[in-house]
Ligand binder design. Structure first.
Ligand code: ADP
Ligand code: MG
Length: 653
């Protein structure tokens, strides 16, 4: 009959630092028959644990041969080892190694996670738990149990996959003598039913319960005594079952997400801090995009609210590449130009502008704003009919009247709730009467079109700003069909009137609304991208935070990783588990971040009156981004966890 275990000339040497190599096992040969209950004894450091780890496929020997059920398994892959552990072997550790997040039943069922689906027999595990006296504690946590009870759960866990061999490394080392005896009796019972049991102990009394006692010294077998004959068991030959549970199944992912959730809620403050980075990043992305698309919309609205068929004429003559600005251009617009423009065919109206900053005072209130000088045609050209009060008249232009039409923002700043009409304000120390309030146009986020004052152009030029020229014109075409012709004719005619050189002519800019919309949109987009990329950077910083916390998690759970591997977890099972956890953190951060970002956007829109739009697209984008962050920054810690060697992970304290 083939022995269940056959070791031939197996050696294991440890090299630590500069010191001498430690020969933990020296050419050790050993045969164990199916059905035996073997106790391994020996002084501390004699190689018992090393031997058990090699027998249990948790570690690999440096040299020698290992036959499991007659088949040489040296040289098999890590995944094959995992499958063999899952299908043939069960482990019981000195420190129980129960997971505190799980209840008793969940702990005992843990091996199912890594085993073939059709071998799952939950009923049997519950029966075992009942038989060992824990039937009424299935939903309890491990920390509510005594040491002896915890070790019994660990035995139930070791038996979940119906192993052929059970390894126990000092299973009673942490127990009082009564509990120890109970555990030994359980192992004996197990052995009587046909399971091979290999137990390390240093207590002779406990070892005497076995059929056979092997004593080690310095990595060698020094005695091998058979106390009494063991049950004869015949096992089928070794089958390398690689039909594993697919780790990427939905059920698997849900299970890992559930585990991740348990692990996150076990340490709420730390979990919150670790999602904070992603949360802030996502909130920033959402808010920035909302402000950006809001500004975009405002620009569109503002432009749509301007009169139709409008052309804007400005003079930005550049001398030797240096922009001198409209005020210092060599050729300046005059009232003659106004007349010339009005004579162009297809022109309906021409509105001149002069503008400058001015300090506005009303009683003890001060406000700095832009003062425009213009004509009554302004209302039609800019679609700005004054309904609150009145606009000034042609008459008042001729008389350089000191009357002002003020924007809503100016009115609010200076008068608050009070009625501004008929009030006296000072613009650059000159008294003006407020005769009207401009209709609300809204702000584009960057420019507030309600923050302005309009006065008769002559008053602005000669009384307030001290200028004798016009800054720019609006030209309104009679209809869309002539717009292009008018646009082409304007520079030509002005050029002729001023006898401009070609360079000077270059400075005359005539832009239609489409041009302006494009220019403004470009500016808005640039800002949006700029703000958006800052937000993305903060998301990346959040990702680094996630990586940090994941590395800590992996370190904290090294022992657990070792346990899972002993239960048959493959590298990819561990990888996926930690990756799912990292993604979970980011998804949580992402969801809260989306809420926070929307809240901030809402706050900005209601406090500052900006247009903000939280679009579904930006939400999806932020969400995808946070999942990606979780994946990218989680993969390295997860991979580090996955490649841990089982024995090293288990030994880690
Ligand atoms: P036992 O379980 O009988 O106390 P071990 O098998 O744990 O003995 O250890 C055998 C020898 O190998 C000891 O001298 C121990 O110090 C050494 N040893 C065990 N594990 C390691 C390791 N990971 N690195 C270095 N030396 C080790
Ligand atoms: Mg040991």
């Amino acid at each position: 009959m083939t022995p269940v275990i056959e070791l031939n000339q197996v050696s294991k040497t440890y090299f630590i630092g500069q010191g001498l190599p430690v020969k933990a096992l020296q050419s050790l040969s050993l045969t164990i028959e199916a059905g035996e209950f073997v106790a391994i004894m020996g002084a501390s450091g004699s190689g018992k644990s090393t031997l058990l780890a090699i027998l249990g496929l948790l570690d690999k020997a440096d040299q020698g041969e290992y036959k499991l059920l007659g088949q040489n398994i040296i040289g098999l892959s890590d995944n094959d080892y995992a499958a063999l552990r899952s299908n043939y072997l069960g482990f019981i550790f000195q420190s129980f190694n129960l997971l505190p997040r799980f209840n008793i039943l969940e702990n005992a069922l843990l091996p199912f996670l890594y085993a073939e689906k059709d071998s799952h027999d939950k009923g049997r595990v519950i029966d075992v738990l009942k038989k060992i006296g824990l039937g009424d504690r299935l939903r309890h946590r491990s920390n509510e149990l005594s040491g002896g009870q915890q070790q019994r759960v660990a035995i139930a866990r070791a038996l979940a996959n119906n192993p052929k061999i059970v390894f126990a490394d000092e299973p009673t080392g942490n127990l009082d003598s009564r509990s120890a005896l109970e555990i030994i009796n359980l192992l004996k019972e197990l052995n009587r039913q046909g399971t091979t049991v290999i137990m390390v102990t240093h207590e002779r009394e406990l070892a005497n319960h076995a059929n056979r006692i092997i004593t080690l010294k310095d990595g060698l077998v020094i005695t091998d005594e058979v106390l009494n004959p063991s049950t004869k068991v015949t096992l089928p030959p070794l089958a390398l079952i690689n039909k594993r549970k697919n780790p990427l199944s939905l059920a698997g992912i849900i299970n890992y997400a559930y585990e991740g959730f348990l692990s996150l809620s076990a340490n709420k403050l730390r979990s919150f801090l670790s999602i904070l980075g992603v949360l802030i990043g996502v909130a920033a992305v959402i808010a920035m995009l909302a402000i950006g698309s809001g500004a975009q919309k405002s620009v569109e609205e503002t432009i749509a609210s301007m009169g139709s068929n409008l052309l804007m004429v400005s003079n930005a003559f550049r001398a030797r590449g240096i922009s001198l600005g409209a005020d210092s251009s060599v050729t300046r617009f005059t009232f003659e130009d106004l007349a010339v423009l009005q004579r162009i065919e297809g022109v309906k109206a021409v509105v001149p502008y002069v503008s400058g900053r001015a300090q506005i005072v009303f009683q003890d209130k001060n406000w700095n704003t832009t003062v425009y000088g213009s004509t009554p045609d302004y209302q039609a050209a800019r679609n700005s009919q004054v309904t609150d009060g009145r606009f000034f008249t042609q008459q008042e232009i001729t008389s350089r009247a000191k009357v002002a039409v003020i924007g809503k923002t100016v009115a609010d700043e200076l008068f608050g709730e009070a009625d501004p009409l008929g009030q006296m304000i000072r613009i650059n120390r000159i008294n003006f009467t407020v005769i009207g309030v401009l209709p609300i146009k809204g702000s584009t986020g960057f420019r507030n079109s309600d923050d302005q004052i309009i006065v008769p152009i002559t008053t602005a030029m000669y009384r307030v700003l001290g200028r004798d020229y016009i800054n720019n014109f609006d030209v309104q075409a009679s209809d869309a069909s002539v717009l292009e012709d008018v646009q082409a004719a304007i520079p030509e005619i002005i050029g002729q009137a001023h006898r401009m050189s070609p360079q000077q002519l270059d400075g005359i800019e005539v832009r239609n609304m489409a041009d302006i919309q494009k220019a403004t949109t470009d500016v808005v987009n640039t800002f949006t991208y700029l703000l958006g990329s800052i937000a993305v950077v903060s998301l990346l910083v959040g990702g680094i935070g996630i990586m940090n916390i994941m590395l800590v998690l992996v370190m904290e759970r090294t022992h657990e990783i070792g346990l899972r591997k002993s239960l048959g977890a493959e590298n990819r099972d561990i990888l996926i588990q930690f990756l799912v956890e990292s993604i979970l953190i980011c998804i949580l951060g992402g969801l809260i971040g989306i809420c926070l970002g929307s809240g901030i956007s809402w706050l900005i829109s209601s406090l500052l009156g900006w247009n903000v739009i939280v679009s579904l697209r930006s939400i999806l984008m932020a969400f995808t981004f946070s999942v990606l962050v979780g994946m990218i920054f989680g993969i390295w810690p997860a991979w580090r966890a996955a490649k841990l060697q089982p024995v090293e992970a288990l030994r880690y304290e």
